[in-house]
Structure formats: C-alpha cells, structure tokens
Design a binder for this molecule. Structure first.
Ligand code: EPU
Length: 345
C-alpha cells in the first residue's frame, strides 16, 4: 500500500470541494486497514476514513493527518443474505439486490456513496433505512486492535445516526464489510408519499422491485439528487440538514412565525408528542428558496435541502451559506438545524 502526500481531496467528494490530505492511502484489504492504522499511530496522525465522499464537506485547508480511502471489494449472495465489502458502490449493490429478486433496499436506489458509509449514517430514503436490513457489520476496532462482527443491536441505529457517527465510539470502528438480510420474493415497499403518488398516477397497484427502483431513480433525478455529469446540481452532499424533531406543542408557534394555519405545517409523526419537520420547508419559509445564491454556493434549484457548489465554490462559501441559513431559521423558528454532512478539517 502506498502512502502519498499532499493529495487533493476535492476529486474524492461529490461537492468537488476540499483542500489536501497531508497523507493519503487506499486500503484494498483488511491487512491494508491495519497497516494504515499502524502508520497513523506511529506518526501520531489523526485518521480519517473516506468512503464515497458523498456526505462530506472537506475544509479548504484540507486534513492534516492520514486519509484512508476504503477500496475493499467483493459481493456475496447467499439466499436472501447479501454481503458486500465496504468499498463497493452502493447503487450497484442495490441494483444487484433488485435483479436477484431480493427486497429491502429498492427504495435506496440512486444514492451516491459506498457500502461502508451506509451503517455509519444509517442511510435512509423513500421509506427504507438500512438499519432495517443490516444484520452484521464487520469492522476494525481501533480500541481493541481487533476485527469485530457487530450485530444490528450493537450498531445503535437511529435516524441518520449510529454508534459509528455519534457518542463515545465515534470513529472507533473502520467498517470493512456489511451484511444485509433481505426478503426473498418480498413485495416492494411503497410507503412514502412521493412513491405512492408516482404509482397512483400510473395505475400500478403492486409494483415490483424493478419498478420501485426505476421510480425512485426518476424521482431523485427530478430533484437533482443523482450524481451524473448531466445534472448541473450534482455538486452537493444530498440533504445538507437533518429534518429536525420538535415537540408537537411547538407547532402553533412555528405556524404563527410565518403566519400560516397550523394544519399547513408539513410534519411526520416522530414518537410520542413529537413531530419531524421537513427542513426544506423551514428553509423555504425562511427565504432560502430554490436557486438562492451566496457567492458560488447555492440552494439547489431542484430541491431546497441540497446546498450546491455552482462551480468553483470553496468550503468557506458553503459554510457561509450554511451559517446564514442556520441563523435565520433559529431566529425565525427557534430551531437549530443540524448539518448532515461530516465536516472534515
Ligand atoms: N420540501 C420543500 N421543498 C423542497 C423539497 C421538499 O418544501 O424543495 C418539503 C415538502 O414539505 C416535502 C418535504 O419537504 O413534502 C419532504 O421532502 P422530500 O420527500 O424530498 O424529503 P426530505 O425530507 O427533503 C429526506 C432525506 C433524503 C431522502 C428523502 C426521501 C433527510 C435529511 N433527507 O429528504 O435523504 O432522499 O427524504 O426519503 O432525512 C440525504 O440524506 O442526503 C438525502 C437525500
């Protein structure tokens, strides 16, 4: 394994933003992962684990440690159990599961990134979350120096959260392989409003896995959420903020802040006496409408929750737009929006 110096990180991120890594290496095997951990320890370097770079904002100064890109490959299918190395492309894996007639991942089509990132942020979309299908996560435990197989319960999954990205064990584990228990001949999941609407309009009562995958890809394309060269809004990290959960008793105040009837505030149930609000709605009501621009950073013209690099934007440009949005939403609604992408500095 080669340890390179001063490698620009921008090409490794979907934002296409970021300064250099002081050190950079790619792990193709579990032995490489261990070697990289040793390399960093010997030189007292911080270690950052890079997957598909689709949920990151790398600072303009870059990262003054070792960036380890996970390039482990290999997929195994055993009945309805799908096991993939962390460096595998996520959408290719979803396509493979759908082709094999295995249900459980079809709504997660078209999400940029790699397999290893999915348990870390508990990737979810259109009514599915990987926490519902993951059975084990194999990872290197930097505390014990051993490889471990974590069960679903060990992962501490919640909305966009896991043991891997929060709390005391944040950054403790380096994921090498994820195993998903899927449903053989399982009916496709059509629970999310956008999807229901899509199929209702087309008169498809019980769409198959392929049809749901195609629908999700089409919906995502319409929202500029597909990373393709043809998409002018592709330079982003998907949703930039998490959807905040607030007490239901806050709803009258939130509605009054923008002078709308309470019933018009969109919300989803989130446990007892709490609701999840679409951050996109809060942004729009706070004046950050589609196409809103601050320098080379902008709110996507296709989906309000995606902040985009319009070409030549720096991390500071994105951060300035982030700060302006957070300040205004806090002032107007009293809600602190939490960024979703990981900030690398
Ligand atoms: N909305 C707007 N303006 C918009 C878009 C949405 O006001 O431009 C409001 C509407 O009220 C709409 C609601 O937001 O009904 C929900 O919109 P959408 O279905 O597009 O979902 P989202 O809450 O904006 C979440 C995830 C996405 C995921 C979609 C679909 C988070 C932070 N984001 O977005 O995940 O693809 O649902 O399930 O939970 C990501 O995490 O990077 C990501 C793209």
């Amino acid at each position: 394994m080669e340890f390179r110096q001063h490698v620009s990180l921008a090409p490794f991120t979907t934002f296409e933003i970021g300064g250099p890594a002081r050190w950079f290496a790619e792990a193709a095997t579990e032995a490489d992962v261990e070697a990289a951990v040793d390399f960093a320890a010997e030189r007292k370097l911080r270690l950052f684990v890079l997957g598909g770079g689709s949920n990151l904002l790398v600072s303009d100064a870059g990262f003054d440690g070792l960036v380890l890109r996970i390039a482990l490959r290999g997929v195994q299918v055993d009945g309805a159990v799908l096991s993939a190395a962390a460096g595998e492309d996520w959408d290719a894996l979803v396509a493979r599961s759908v082709d094999a007639g295995l249900g459980g991942l079809e709504c997660l089509s078209g999400i940029p990134g790699t397999v290893g990132g999915t348990p870390v942020q508990n990737v979810g979309a259109y009514g599915q979350e990987v926490s519902r299908t993951i059975c084990t996560v194999r990872a290197f435990d930097r505390t014990s120096g051993k490889w471990v197989d974590l069960s679903n319960a060990d992962c501490g999954f919640a909305y966009r959260r896991s043991r891997f990205n929060q709390g005391a064990d944040r950054d403790r584990f380096i994921v090498s392989r994820v195993t998903y228990a899927l449903g053989q001949n399982a009916p496709a999941a059509v629970t999310y409003a956008d999807l229901k609407h899509y199929f209702k309009n087309r008169g498809a009562a019980e769409p198959c896995l392929q049809q749901v995958r195609a629908a999700v890809l089409e919906i995502r394309l319409g929202k500029g959420m597909v990373v393709s060269p043809q998409n002018p809004e592709r330079r982003s990290a998907g949703s930039f903020f998490k959807n905040p959960v607030v007490a239901s008793s806050e709803l009258p105040r939130i509605a009054a802040a923008v002078d709308v009837p309470e019933a018009e505030v969109p919300r989803y149930p989130a446990g007892t006496a709490a609701v999840k609000l679409p951050a996109a709605w809060l942004l729009e009501r706070a004046g950050f409408i589609k196409g809103y621009r601050l320098g080379a950073a902008a709110v996507s013209s296709r989906h309000t929750l995606a902040l985009t690099n319009q070409g030549g934007a720096t991390a500071s440009d994105i951060a300035a737009l982030r700060d302006a949005i957070q300040a205004r939403v806090r002032q107007l609604f009293g809600i602190s929006l939490e960024p979703e992408p990981v900030w690398v500095a």
